[in-house]
Design a protein around this ligand. Structure first.
Ligand code: HEC
Length: 149
């Protein structure tokens, strides 16, 4: 008797959770209205989400240099470190600028380095080939949308 009551309550909770998922509230969707995580697959299209940028750009391209204790300017871009080393953190080269200033791609040093109008050092990825405009624009969009994790 007591057990079946408990089970019933548990089932009702599960049903409510399932019904609440994606029920038009926008929960579970990214800024483009696509399911979160959709762009994580490096073989699929890149989206303007942090995890997609990580799997399409930071991990395959940038960690060739930006990883481990000798990472240039102390900037590690592997999946375990990139977010905390980028978002809201002052650039080593131009400390007046954040590497990523949430909501402000134009004043994010990461974008200056990717587009090649930085005031110190080289365009990234160092030595090229450089990212195309569409890829940089998705990173801009992620920042302008608030640079969420
Ligand atoms: C071939 C090695 C190499 C690769 C690949 C590379 N970088 Fe760099 N990065 C450097 C070096 C060296 C510096 C410091 C000298 C300079 O800025 O020119 C640097 C500096 C930076 C800085 C400045 C950090 C600060 O705090 O001032 C940023 C931002 C950056 N890189 C981002 C990236 C991103 C994003 C990628 C991938 C798209 C990338 N880098 C790929 C070597 C590399």
């Amino acid at each position: 008797m007591r057990l079946s009551k408990l089970l019933g309550a548990a089932l009702a909770t599960t049903a409510a959770l399932v019904a609440g998922c994606g029920g038009g509230s926008g929960a579970g969707l990214d800024a483009n209205g696509r399911p979160l995580g959709e762009g994580d697959d490096p073989s699929g299209p890149m989206t303007a989400s942090f995890s997609s940028i990580q799997s399409h750009v930071f991990t395959p391209i940038c960690t060739a240099c930006h990883a481990g204790g000798a990472a240039p300017q102390g900037l590690r871009l592997d999946a375990a470190n990139s977010f905390t080393m980028l978002v809201g953190v002052a650039s080593a080269e131009v400390p007046a600028l954040k590497r990523v200033a949430p909501g402000d791609a134009a004043n994010s040093y990461l974008i200056h380095k990717l587009e090649g109008h930085q005031s110190v050092g080289a365009r990234m990825p160092f030595g090229g080939p450089y990212l195309d405009a569409a890829t940089i624009n998705l990173i801009r969009q992620w920042i302008d949308n608030g640079a969420q994790k």
